[in-house]
Write a protein that binds this ligand. Structure first.
Ligand SMILES: NC(=O)c1ccc[n+]([C@@H]2O[C@H](COP(=O)([O-])OP(=O)(O)OC[C@H]3O[C@@H](n4cnc5c(N)ncnc54)[C@H](OP(=O)(O)O)[C@@H]3O)[C@@H](O)[C@H]2O)c1
Length: 246
C-alpha cells in the first residue's frame, strides 16, 4: 500500500519541490495551497504524468480551524491514512520595525505557527490511531539566529515553530517522530522582491556562495520524514550551505 504525504503550501517553491520528491519515492501526495489554483493544478498534472502515484488538491487556509478539519477529513476519506505531514506553508512581510503592524504580525503568526499547530492537531488524531507517523516542520535559520532586521515578526514565528517542534516530539513519542528543517536563503518567490545587492551580499556570507535550490531543501525534508531517519527525532536540521553572518 502506498504511503500518503500531506504538504502544506505545496503549490510553489520548497513545498512544490517536496511534493515532487515524495512522488518520486512513490508516495501519494496531497498538495495544500491557499489561492494559486493554476500553480496547484499544473503541479498535479506534472506529478500524475510523470509518477505512478495519486495526487489530491486541497485548497485551504491552514490558519482557519474549520477548513483544516474539513481538509484532513477529506484526505482520510480519500486515502484512509496520512503517513507524513510537512508543515511548510509560510509567509513573510518584510518591513522596517517602524512600519510593522499588529495586523501583519498576527497574520504571520497565524499562518507560520498556528497553521502548523492546527494541521498537526488534526493529522495526529489519525496518526496516533495507527501509532506511527512522521512530521517535518519547515522553520528557518531566521528562527535560530538573527540575520535580517526587516524580518522581526517572521523570525519570531520561526523560533516559535522550533519550540513547537521540540514540545510536539516529546508529546507524540514514542509513536510519531517530529523534526524541523531550517533552510537558509532559498530561491523561491518568497525572496523575489529582494534587492539584488542584498542577494549578492548575502550570497557572499554563505560558504557555498549561492542560495539553495528548492530541491535541495526538499531532499532534506524527505530524508527526515523517511525511515532512513528512523532514530532522528526532536532535531532541527540547518540546510543553509554553511553560513557566517557576522
Ligand atoms: N525561500 C526562503 O528563502 C526560505 C528560507 C527559510 C525558510 N523558508 C520557509 O519555507 C517555507 C516555504 O517557503 P517558500 O519560499 O517556498 O514560499 P513561497 O514560494 O512563497 O510559497 C508559499 C506557499 O505557501 C502557501 N501558503 C501561503 N499562505 C498559506 C495559507 N494560509 N494556507 C495554506 N497555504 C498557504 C502558498 O500557496 P499559494 O500558492 O496558493 O499562495 C505557497 O504554496 C515557508 O515556511 C518559508 O517560511 C523559506
Amino acid at each position: 500500500m502506498k504511503k500518503t504525504v500531506l504538504i502544506t503550501g505545496a503549490s510553489r517553491g520548497i513545498g512544490k519541490a517536496t511534493a515532487i520528491e515524495f512522488a518520486k519515492k512513490g508516495y501519494n501526495v496531497v498538495i495544500n495551497y491557499v489561492s494559486n489554483d493554476d500553480a496547484a493544478s499544473n503541479l498535479k498534472s506534472f506529478i500524475v504524468e510523470n509518477y505512478d502515484v495519486d495526487v489530491m488538491l486541497c485548497k485551504c487556509d491552514v490558519s482557519c480551524e474549520e477548513d483544516v478539519k474539513k481538509m484532513v477529513s477529506d484526505i482520510i476519506n480519500n486515502f484512509g491514512h496520512i503517513d507524513v505531514l510537512v508543515n511548510n506553508a509560510g509567509i513573510a512581510i518584510d518591513t522596517t520595525f517602524e512600519d510593522k503592524t499588529v495586523e501583519n504580525f498576527r497574520k504571520i503568526l497565524d499562518v507560520n505557527l498556528i497553521g502548523s499547530f492546527l494541521v498537526s492537531k488534526e493529522v495526529c488524531k489519525h496518526m496516533l490511531v495507527n501509532k506511527k507517523g512522521s512530521i517535518v516542520n519547515v522553520a528557518s535559520t531566521n528562527g535560530i539566529d538573527t540575520y535580517y532586521p526587516y524580518a522581526l515578526d517572521y523570525d519570531a514565528s520561526k523560533a516559535a515553530l522550533i519550540s513547537f517542534t521540540h514540545n510536539l516530539s516529546l508529546q507524540l513519542s514514542p509513536y510519531i517522530r517530529v523534526n524541523a528543517v531550517a533552510p537558509g536563503w532559498t530561491n523561491t518567490e518568497q525572496i523575489k522582491e529582494m534587492d539584488k545587492d542584498l542577494i549578492k551580499d548575502e550570497s557572499e556570507k554563505i560558504y557555498l556562495k549561492r542560495f539553495a535550490k528548492p530541491e535541495e531543501i526538499a531532499k532534506a525534508i524527505y530524508f527526515l520524514a523517511s525511515d532512513d531517519a528512523s532514530y532522528i527525532n526532536n532535531e532541527v536540521l540547518r540546510v543553509d550551505g554553511g553560513c557566517n553572518h557576522a
